[in-house]
Design a protein around this ligand. Structure first.
Ligand code: SAM
Length: 278
């Protein structure tokens, strides 16, 4: 693991936010003086959800949903762990007035930004802050994701998406979220969720140092990169995912293994799993 990442993980979530703001302050100031940044795109120092081109990545995720999860302009979409609106911004260019978007996240700064910049212009886009504990993102509460009930009606979404969210959740929390997804997904709806999945082939590649990450700390059903900040990156045993899906009335229609484990035909960096109701 790189030195910078090591230092970053040793900070608390709020210190990480301050460090990021300071690091990007010069370029964010330049962007705002010159008007280079688009209104709905957050300053770089506020983008706490990972690296890469925010706008392009959002459009890429939207294309995945169109191709693999049946997204249409009139879809009702749920974005679990919506961050700071990376997908939502892209969807403002695609969903029509019959369509709608609900997003929730445990980081209040992201939700505040989305309400201010997106909901104010697109009234069919709604965001909710849910205060749950995560050792990468939020230590200000003891509320656990494993006990959280999604605040939406049953059978109400055509398309549910979780990009790079289950890779930050412990197995018990994932199990509960799969139950919630099974409740709020329409019978003919689809869910696109990304994971780091562990199976025999991936473990062989990992042992041969061919994977981007080394999940070297193995536990029952999952493995970690870093023991100090467990939820920074979590890989789930693929067999355990199948057990969870079975238990919660879901099935995997397709699994597209990601570039992280050296797959040339990957759709994304993480493994993309398409779920539907059994
Ligand atoms: C890597 S970011 C991805 C954000 C967004 N899905 C995207 O692709 O831009 C992971 C997100 O998951 C959120 N998160 C972590 N645990 C969560 C939970 N139990 N429920 C909802 N969101 C959660 C974090 O706050 C963070 O915004």
């Amino acid at each position: 693991m790189g030195l910078l990442r090591n230092i970053y993980y040793s900070l608390s979530p709020s210190m990480r936010f301050v460090a990021r703001r300071l690091y990007y302050l010069p370029i964010d100031t330049y962007d705002s003086i010159t008007g280079r940044r688009k209104e709905m795109i957050p300053p770089r120092g506020m983008i706490f959800i990972g690296a890469g081109d925010f706008e392009k990545q959002g459009l890429h995720l939207m294309e995945l949903l169109k191709k693999h999860a049946g997204l249409r302009p009139d879809s009702r979409v749920l974005d679990v762990g919506c961050g700071i609106g990376r997908l939502a911004v892209a969807l403002t260019t695609y969903l029509d007035r019959q369509g709608s978007y609900e997003g929730f996240d445990i980081v209040k700064k992201g939700i505040d930004w989305c309400e201010k910049k997106i909901s104010s212009k697109y009234p069919n886009f709604h965001f909710l802050h849910i205060d749950l504990k995560n050792d990468l993102y939020n230590l200000k509460t003891e509320n656990q994701a494993r006990h959280f009930k999604f605040p939406y009606e049953n059978n109400s979404f055509d398309c549910i998406v979780l990009t790079s969210v289950f890779t930050h959740m412990m197995p018990e929390d994932i199990l509960n979220y799969l139950e919630q997804i099974s409740s709020v997904l329409k019978t003919d709806g689809k869910c696109l969720a990304t994971f780091f999945l562990l199976n025999k082939e991936v473990k062989e590649k990992m042992a041969a140092k061919q994977t981007f990450f080394d999940f070297k700390h193995a536990y029952e059903g999952y493995s970690l990169i870093d023991k100090r900040v467990k939820e920074a990156n979590i890989a789930l045993e693929e067999e355990l995912l199948y057990t969870f899906l079975e238990e919660k009335g879901l099935k995997a229609d397709a699994i597209h293994y990601g570039a992280w484990s050296a797959n040339a035909d990957a759709l994304d960096f993480q493994d993309v799993v398409i779920l539907s109701k059994k």
